[in-house]
Design a protein around this ligand. Sequence first.
Ligand SMILES: NC(=O)c1ccc[n+]([C@@H]2O[C@H](COP(=O)([O-])OP(=O)(O)OC[C@H]3O[C@@H](n4cnc5c(N)ncnc54)[C@H](OP(=O)(O)O)[C@@H]3O)[C@@H](O)[C@H]2O)c1
Length: 346
Amino acid sequence: MSTPTQQKVLVLQAKQGEFALKTRDVPKPGPGDVLVKNVAVGLNPVEWKIQTWGILVEKYPVILGLDAAGVVEAVGEGVTSLKKGDRVLYQGWLEDDRANYQEYSLIAADLAAKFPEKVSFDQAATLPVAVATAAIGLYHPHGATKFVAPWAEGGKGKYAGTPLVVIGGSSVVGSLVIQLAKLSGFSPIITTASLKNAGLLKSYGATHVLDRNLSADALHAEVTKLTGGPVSVVYDAISTPETQNAAYGLLAAGGKLLVLLPEAVTETSEGRILSQVQGTVQLPHNAELGKALFRALPGLLESGEIKPLNFEVIPGGLGGVTTGLEKLKANQVSASKLIIHPSETA
Ligand SMILES: NC(=O)c1ccc[n+]([C@@H]2O[C@H](COP(=O)([O-])OP(=O)(O)OC[C@H]3O[C@@H](n4cnc5c(N)ncnc54)[C@H](OP(=O)(O)O)[C@@H]3O)[C@@H](O)[C@H]2O)c1
């Protein structure tokens, strides 16, 4: 079948405005890019924040959508790593041709990862933002921690004996932090979550799952019991003011706290570093790490060292995004990624 010239798209029409279904041209891939037919697209909390609070985006109307898995439909000049028909997962971007709330999007070929047959499109779409955000926090060569990535020489298992605390291990980002931490050898890997998710998080590599409702003092006492003292790294995958302050309190002198939202620690002390992670591989300073990660990902999925996450498909295609974002906003999603299928759009 030939590629259509027009496609369905979900547009956020104005700052703090409404989403609307529209049609727009299917873009053509330029040099280095591929055009992907999006089979499954993941929802992210940042999207309800953009709509509700009017943050991050200056120019409207805008197309959102940052997590996708699909089939390569066409390749641009110079692309040799991918061909028409390849199944790929990739991160979208807030540019009209590159965002994912539409049937077809563009992506640079070297920022797309092929994935094995045993992984479904829905499973693949659970990963791009989460795995990149986890990896950029832990392994960016200019980041706060600068750990050697497990796909680099000598990286696998390198941090055996170093404790890591992951606040919010059942969030999609937290689940990937745990999986990468296991590959890196960190131990123990201590995380917080609702205890109903303990079994799942242990299957990802957590050694200890603590109740997310513990007070900061109780969390400190439990972590100290498990590690023998303060820790050198905490990844706060939730990053509310409450979790950031509790996490900061776990750090040793010189320790590092990685956060995903603006820094909110009220009492800082010298020598403890707080660093906000930007989880997109589309930013130039993250591209090299992103390329290495996406080169390694097919093998890590094939071996099962990285596992895709649980997911829930919201019906209605692009028209289901609003329902899904409301669920995320109301904190009604636990240990699961929300997915839509653009082809189901009415
Ligand atoms: N900086 C970046 O580049 C970047 C990238 C991705 C995401 N983010 C941000 O990071 C945050 C997480 O995103 P996400 O997509 O990973 O979230 P998510 O999966 O939608 O988060 C839901 C999960 O959060 C857990 N949770 C909520 N409050 C918690 C708490 N106080 N302690 C422990 N766990 C808690 C819940 O755990 P239980 O169900 O077990 O209770 C639930 O499983 C969002 O604010 C998002 O906007 C930032």
